[in-house]
Design a protein around this ligand. Structure first.
Ligand code: SLL
Length: 147
């Protein structure tokens, strides 16, 4: 598979979490419903680049290793506490053999001192990043161009 010298593919992504307090439906072990996700920065489809995403949750969850094989690359759960989520991104084999692991801190409670718990207003924390593929293979380059 021929590589294209002096070409670079840059894929802008956003990853993060969104958490809703469950209000009247909240219990001690399930006070919030949250979603962790990886998405294109302007919502572009990432399936030409990403093969699967593995979310590694806190060991208090049953089956804490969660594999998502197709977009949307996201996972929803109910829980009670904040913790660090390891997000491993696996690429198609013609793009990159190595996976890339990001760390994101799940936030359930807003920072602001006088912010009341609300079931309507989620707590959202997102990060922006770019996945850069230097000297991409011809096949990968063609697929991304046509996508
Ligand atoms: C804490 N270090 O003590 C953190 C750990 C773990 C949160 C938080 C499990 C939910 C379930 C869950 O929310 N774990 O068991 O269904 O705050």
């Amino acid at each position: 598979n021929k590589r294209l010298k002096d070409v670079e593919i840059s894929v802008p992504i956003v990853y993060g979490t969104m958490a809703f307090w469950l209000g009247k439906k909240a219990s001690e072990s399930q006070s919030h419903k949250w979603t962790v996700y990886v998405r294109g920065a302007t919502n572009e489809d990432l399936s030409a680049v990403i093969k699967r995403v593995v979310f590694q949750l806190h060991p208090t969850f049953t089956n804490p290793t969660r594999v998502v094989e197709s977009p949307p690359f996201e996972l929803s759960e109910c829980g009670w506490g904040e913790f660090e989520i390891a997000i491993s991104i696996f690429f198609h084999s013609d793009a990159c053999d190595k996976q890339w692991t990001l760390f994101h801190h799940l936030k359930l409670y807003a920072e602001e001192e006088f912010c009341p718990l609300s079931t309507k207003k989620p707590v959202v924390v997102e990060s922006y990043d770019e996945i850069v593929f230097p000297d991409p293979s011809e096949a990968f380059f063609a697929r991304v161009q046509n996508h």
